[in-house]
Design a protein. Structure first.
Length: 393
């Protein structure tokens, strides 16, 4: 039997201080900051979901056409993508909560392990005074579970001896509570993972619908001709939009470099290859000729960021029939760049953007050629050949 120099009250005070130190190791400020980050992301995504639902409802009320059908599929696909993104944020937050609980359990267990010897010394002292009948059992128990299973013995000690055992019992209660929270969070995470999997399957279904309709448009002569007619109408609507935008004025920065001074030197908005050139294009099967006022760029592998080619101000960012999610940047002096088929905007109307700044993600909204970027350069309402303005690769 080991000798003990400290008195039970002194040991009890030491134990209480140590347990207090153990339980105070969590960082409320850090947790609050983490929660705030998750909430901000969820609020942004939920705002996008609300907007998409409104746009989808408005599109549903329109007269049925090929482009409106494509738009509904695109909008529904975007809606499912945003819902999946929200679920993924919830899943990420759940995993962070789970990690915090696991860390808390490790801290509690470590604290209990460190105090085991001190508690035994206290029990030895109490035994010397003949005030403990369960000493032999407790001194031989070498794990937390054994102590916990004999909680009624510990409760007896807490009532009849001193605060040392009461503190230890409180630690065990804290541990059991944390482990219960852990089990509950694990069940929640499993359910969230199942929901995310189902939402992903729903997204894949919407993507297949989009592919099926695009294939029908490209292979069926009548459907293709109808689509061209609708695209022509959309081009006229875009022309009207540009005429309206031109009337808007904004103050240029002091050190502003005009876009025309960068002709032939502009960076590419997306890494990839040109799949649709500027100018007239003839359909290989139907021999139909169309005028392309921009280029379409298929993204290189693992490249999805769409970049602003020059400093400017975003004056439009919305779904535009025939062009999908369309973003327009005003570069001053009535020069504009247009970015279509985007999957997501990374900047908003009114934002100032610099050269090379990410403004959107590549997508297939409104596209008849799969995932690609539709890119235009305009002076006033006149479309210019982008390949004459972008740097040579």
């Amino acid at each position: 039997m080991r000798s003990v120099r400290s008195s039970p009250p002194a040991l009890a005070a030491t134990l209480l201080l140590l347990f207090s130190a153990v339980f105070s190791q969590t960082n409320p400020a850090s947790k609050s900051q983490s929660v705030s980050d998750f909430e901000q992301r969820l609020n942004r995504i939920n705002g996008q979901i609300k907007d998409l639902k409104a746009r989808l409802e408005a599109e549903t009320r329109k007269e049925s056409s090929v482009l409106s059908s494509l738009a509904r599929i695109n909008l529904n696909k975007s809606l499912v993508e945003r819902e999946l993104a929200a679920q993924n944020v919830e899943l990420e937050r759940g995993r962070a909560d789970l990690a915090a609980i696991q860390a808390r359990i490790r801290v509690i267990r470590a604290g209990i392990d460190r105090e085991r010897e001190s508690i035994e010394k206290t029990l030895v002292t109490l035994y010397k005074f003949g005030r403990l009948d369960f000493f032999q059992f407790l001194i031989q128990a070498r794990d937390i579970e054994t102590y916990a299973s004999e909680s009624k013995h510990l409760a007896f000690l807490a009532r009849s001896q001193d605060e040392v055992v009461a503190g230890f019992l409180a630690s065990l209660d804290e541990l059991r509570s944390a482990e219960t929270s852990l089990e509950s969070k694990q069940r929640d995470l499993a359910e969230m993972a199942r929901a995310a999997k189902l939402k992903k399957q729903e997204l894949e279904t919407e993507a297949r619908k989009n592919i099926t309709l695009v294939r029908e448009i490209r292979k069926n002569r009548e459907t293709f001709r109808q689509t061209l007619a609708e695209l022509s109408e959309s081009a006229e609507e875009l022309q009207k939009l540009m005429t309206k935008i031109i009337t808007q004025e904004w103050v240029l920065p002091a050190a502003f470099v005009p876009l025309y001074e960068r002709k032939g030197k502009l960076p590419w908005p997306l890494e990839g290859r040109v799949i649709t050139a500027f100018g007239f294009e003839k359909h290989p099967d139907f021999k139909t000729v169309v005028m392309n006022k921009g280029v379409e760029i298929s993204p290189a592998k693992d490249k999805s960021l769409i970049l602003s080619v020059h400093t400017g101000k975003i004056v439009y960012a919305d779904y535009f029939q025939g062009y999908g999610n369309l973003l327009i940047v005003d570069h001053g002096m009535t020069y504009y760049t247009l970015y279509g088929h985007c999957s997501e905007f990374l900047a908003a109307v009114g934002d100032m953007v610099r050269t090379g700044q990410p403004v959107a993600m590549v997508g297939d909204t409104g596209s008849l050629k799969g995932e690609c970027l539709y890119f235009e350069i305009r002076y006033k309402t006149k479309a210019l050949d982008p390949l004459q303005w972008l740097n040579r690769r």
